[in-house]
Design a protein around this ligand. Structure first.
Ligand code: PLP
Length: 349
């Protein structure tokens, strides 16, 4: 049985959250005079501290996902959300997490930063999780398992029976990082939160929603997990401008959907063009807005593309990703420009 109390760090279990007067009296509800926070009273649209609970955004998200607002935490990008999860559940120098390389680099950075052991269990050759080895490596000091699906940089989603087995059998928190979920036709694990008390799903406005510049990350989990994270988040971690822009964007579903549809079309066009290019040895299946390809020599090709003014991501140093490049799907013009440049690259003898 999953026991949340047992895995929250003792110092955090005891903590009470910082509370501002604004937490207690909501500006919209009571038309009150606010002389509590030493703000400048002259109105300019930004002279007040932002809503620490971002209630309006959460209402929109809760409705969309069929959850309660108490199951949502927002952060300054998902990177902040992931850091909060580390700090809530991992005692530095004592606890451990499991990550599955090749994957998103921030999990390891955050583990190092928090002085938490990172046990790495490589993905299998088909880039699926090695369920048996993961469960074998997990001991009672292992607090979090990070699953990135669709995975960065490989692009694939993890099989749902494998994820389900891991969520059921892993004794700590399972974080499913769904940064790219909007490019995937299948279901989000957000829909299974009520079934699994140890499940945390993270999403972001940085990719499909086209809002990388505002920094908004989203965490969905049980009420109990969210209230632990709420205790430790900085009170005003999502600024007023971000809240406004996020809300505008979330309310413009049609435009976002239109862009996603267009990117998916561009993705398939890009893939079929790449298939005809001599230096491309392999194109990995993708459910994200990028494509991982294997070429003859990734570092040479990367440098050649740079001289042509194109920056892709060289992933050759990542385990299982030798001689691979990760290419983000751009606009139609950008993709054409890339293909033209790649056609000019001839085989190095
Ligand atoms: C891009 C990306 C994120 C996004 O992080 P933000 O801080 O929200 O911009 C999270 N996880 C993965 C796997 C990513 O590739």
């Amino acid at each position: 049985m999953f026991d949340l109390e047992k895995i929250v760090r003792p110092s955090i279990r005891k903590l009470t959250a910082y509370s501002s007067a604004r937490d207690e009296y909501k500006q919209e509800i009571a038309n009150m005079l606010f002389l509590d926070a030493n703000e400048n009273p002259f109105t300019n649209g930004l002279n007040r501290y932002p809503d620490p609970q971002q209630s309006t955004i959460k209402k929109v998200l809760a409705e969309e996902k069929g959850l309660n607002t108490s199951q949502i935490l927002l952060g300054n990008g998902s990177d902040e959300v992931l850091d909060l999860i580390f700090r809530a559940f991992c005692e530095p120098g004592k606890n451990a997490v499991i990550t599955l390389p090749p994957t998103y680099g921030m999990y390891k950075v955050l583990a190092d930063l928090n002085n938490v052991e990172n046990k790495e269990v490589l993905l299998k050759k088909d880039f699926q999780p090695d369920v048996a080895t993961i469960l074998k490596k997990a001991d009672d000091k292992t607090r979090i398992l990070f699953l990135c699906s669709p995975n960065n940089p490989t692009g694939n989603v993890f099989d749902s029976d494998k994820i389900e087995k891991l969520v059921k059998d892993f004794k700590g928190i399972v974080v499913i990082d769904e940064a790219y979920i909007d490019f995937y036709a299948g279901e989000s694990w957000v829909n299974f939160l009520s079934k699994f008390p140890n499940l945390v799903v993270t999403q972001t406005l940085s990719k499909a929603y086209g809002m990388a510049g505002i920094r908004l990350g989203i965490c969905y989990a049980s009420d109990a997990i969210i209230s632990v994270l709420n205790k430790i988040k900085p009170p005003y971690n999502v600024n007023q401008l971000t809240q406004q822009k996020a809300l505008e964007r979330l309310q413009d579903k049609t435009l976002v959907q239109k862009e996603i549809t267009q990117l998916l079309l561009e993705r398939s066009k890009l893939i079929s063009e790449l298939e005809g290019i001599e230096i491309v040895d392999r194109i990995y299946p993708t459910d994200a807005n990028f494509v991982l390809i294997k070429v003859d020599n990734a570092t040479d090709r990367y440098n050649q593309l740079i001289t042509k003014g194109i920056v892709v991501r060289n992933r050759t140093n990542q385990t299982l990703c030798e001689n691979t490049l990760r290419i983000t799907v751009g606009t139609s013009e950008e993709n054409k420009y890339l293909i033209k440049a790649m056609k000019e690259l001839v085989k190095i003898k």
